[in-house]
Every structure is written in C-alpha cells, then in structure tokens.
Design a protein around this ligand. Structure first.
Ligand SMILES: [Zn+2]
Length: 305
C-alpha cells in the first residue's frame, strides 16, 4: 500500500475513534453505570491476564457486561451497537486490506486507488449497472440488446475471477455503450475486491515505451494484472517491433493464465485483421476463451430526445 493510501486510512481510523470516544463520554455522563461496566471489564481482563480467573469465567462475565450495556443503550433510546467500534468499511475495518495476513486489497482501497488515476484511466462511479437506463435506446431492438447485454455482463461479473469465457471483445461504432458496459463490469469487479486496471491501447503502448527507457517491464505488469480492460484498440501508434509484439505478448500470456480481459474497439474484425498480425486477431477472437459482443444501431450520445 502506498504512503498516501496509508495516510488516508490513518485519517479515517482517527476520525472514527474520535467519534466513538465522544459517544462514550456522552453515554457515561448520562448513565454512570456504563462507566462502571467499562471499569469492571478492564478488571476482568487484568485478572485473566494475571491467571486469577479462567478463560471461561472471563468470557462469561464479559458476555454479561456486553449484554447489560446493550440493554442500557436501548433503554436510553440508542442502538444496541452505539458504543461498538466505528468502521467506515466494516469489511477491512478501515485497514484497506483483507484476507489472511491482510494481504489482499479491500474493495474500498481499490476504489480509492482509482480516484488517483487520470480521467481516461479511471473506472468511474457513474457508468454502473445500477445506472443503466433502457430509455436511452431509440429503438426496441437496440433496447432489447442493451437489456440482454447488461444481463450477460452482470453474470460475467458474478463469475469473476473465472467466468466461463474469461475474455470479452466489444466491437462497434462509437457511442453505442461499449465503454459503459466495460466500466460497469470493471466497477463490479472492484466491488468484488478484484484488482482492475482500465487503460486505452494508446496509453498501454506509451507505458511500454516509457518502460523501455526507464527499465520497467510494463508488459509483465499488464500481463499479470488480475483483471484488465483495454479500451480503444486500434487508436494506438504502430511502433515497429513494439505495438504488435507487446499486444500479442500480453494477450497471449493472459489467455494462458486464464486472466479475465476485456478489449474494446471501434473497428470490426476485418479492419483489425488488416491492422494486426493474424496471430493477434486469432487471440482476440479465440472463441474458446472469448465472447464477442457486436454493438450496433443508433449513436446514443447524439440521439435527440
Ligand atoms: Zn475496506
């Protein structure tokens, strides 16, 4: 976890601890019995640590104290858990990490990391399945496609990190919802705690080129990401010995490891075949691992309503 993320969680924990302390002071003032329960609790822990009471005795007494405190809080018109520790994210208890030894990033950390990315690379919070609106479609045919596409994409997210077909290839003219669905999927993946990166093909090639000069193996990084979305394939510069080779490496390695990948392009397969090697196109369209979704119809952004 980087330093600024660490600071972010430190701030959240401090703020929540301050709120919890304020609540306690207020409750103890209103009902001194709550204060004496806390003292008793401390005393039990000390006696247990000193070996004067058994674990069972300590547990049973602490349980009785917790129950009495709950009843007092309810009688005061507060929630039973009013004095429990406060967590902005109960999943990771505001540490940003989950799992054994807290080694996996929590979905809240993945979302926070997205906020620090530039606009084009950021998985946004607007284009989500919840925000899907069938009314944007002009025709019944397009609407019915959109609804089916959403259902398919939601199923895909639910099956991550191992959907039956790990790869999606979204093809079609601009303004038909390809990026919307890709973003909604990426957002869903993050919510499920899967580290996800969205990148334009242009940016990908730029990262590879930068990596060549500064010694970073960008191909390896992209090849190993748990989930990758490559947008706008076909708009990147054709750098000799770089573009085709690195695209092939990343796609090929990801397929070999069955790592889920979405590729989006405004071009259709014949145009892609003209632009790239047959090897790249055969990886992109390999039906054993890829579902190809072709978007068609009227542009949703220029539609008059
Ligand atoms: Zn969290």
């Amino acid at each position: 976890m980087n330093g600024s993320l660490q600071q972010y969680y430190n701030r959240i924990r401090m703020r929540n601890a301050a709120i919890a302390e304020q609540r306690r002071t207020e409750c103890e003032k209103k009902n001194p019995r709550i204060a004496s329960l806390r003292e008793e609790q401390g005393e039990i822990v000390r006696r247990f640590a000193a070996g004067k009471i058994t674990n069972e005795q300590a547990q049973s007494r602490l349980g009785a104290i917790a129950a009495e405190q709950k009843n007092l809080l309810i009688a005061m018109g507060l929630g039973a858990s009013y004095l429990d520790p406060i967590y902005t994210c109960p999943k990771c208890r505001d540490t940003g990490e989950i799992g054994k030894g807290r080694q996996k990033p929590c979905s809240c950390a993945l979302k926070k990391m997205q906020e620090e990315l530039t606009d084009g690379a950021r998985i946004n919070t607007r284009e989500t399945f919840a925000a899907f609106n069938p009314a944007v479609y002009a025709t019944d045919a397009q609407r019915s496609f959109g609804v089916r596409c959403k259902a398919y994409c939601e199923k895909y997210v639910a099956a991550l990190p191992h959907p039956e077909k790990p790869n999606l290839l979204f093809l079609g003219a601009p303004g038909l919802g390809k990026s919307f669905f890709a973003n909604a999927i990426a957002y869903g993946a993050i919510e499920r705690g899967i580290e996800t990166r969205k990148v334009t093909a242009y940016r990908f090639i730029q990262d590879v080129m930068d990596g060549i000069s500064n010694g970073t193996d960008a191909v390896r990084i992209y090849a190993n990401l748990p989930f990758l979305v490559i947008d706008d394939l076909g708009t990147e510069p054709m750098v000799p010995n770089v573009t085709k080779e690195t695209l092939f490496s990343v796609l090929n390695e990801r397929i070999a490891m069955r790592l889920p990948t979405i590729v989006i392009s405004n071009q259709m397969t014949d145009a892609l075949s003209e632009r790239y090697d047959e090897r790249i196109v055969s990886r992109l369209t390999d039906k054993s691992v890829t579902a190809i979704v072709v978007f068609s119809g009227k542009n949703l952004r220029t539609r008059q309503s």
